[in-house]
Ligand binder design. Structure first.
Ligand code: HEC
Length: 98
């Protein structure tokens, strides 16, 4: 019985962690980003390292995703992404956990 509960808790805990990479794939983020390697855009881990611990990071990154970003990482700008503000928030929250 306890084993079952532990398994259920584990399943629940791993679900949201999986949902965000899927969302990033579906939202085509991975054409320009990878979790731990720079492609066209900075790696999500580098982004996380740069902003982690800043109180406004989550909102600020969500804003960058919805409106696009330029001049923060290099010469290549990120165009406006076609994601809902809610999805952008989920994605920025996930990036900051990396
Ligand atoms: C066409 C390529 C491209 C796509 C698609 C793309 N990005 Fe980016 N992204 C970039 C580039 C280039 C930068 C660096 C922009 C800069 O220097 O300000 C960047 C920067 C970022 C940043 C950092 C912004 C900041 O304020 O420092 C985040 C977060 C981010 N991308 C998330 C995403 C997410 C989430 C998606 C999918 C919804 C996505 N990107 C899709 C190219 C892309």
């Amino acid at each position: 019985m306890y084993k079952l509960i532990a398994l259920a808790v584990l399943a629940l805990a791993t679900l949201p962690a999986q949902a965000s990479p899927d969302l990033a794939n579906k939202s085509k983020c991975m054409t320009c980003h990878q979790v731990d390697k720079k492609v066209l855009g900075p790696s999500f881990k580098d982004i996380s390292a740069k902003y982690k611990g800043q109180k406004t990071a989550e909102a600020m990154l969500a804003d960058s995703i919805v409106k696009g970003s330029k001049g923060k990482w290099g010469a290549i700008p990120m165009p406006v992404q076609k994601v809902s503000p809610a999805d952008a928030k989920t994605l920025s929250k996930w990036i900051l956990t990396l």
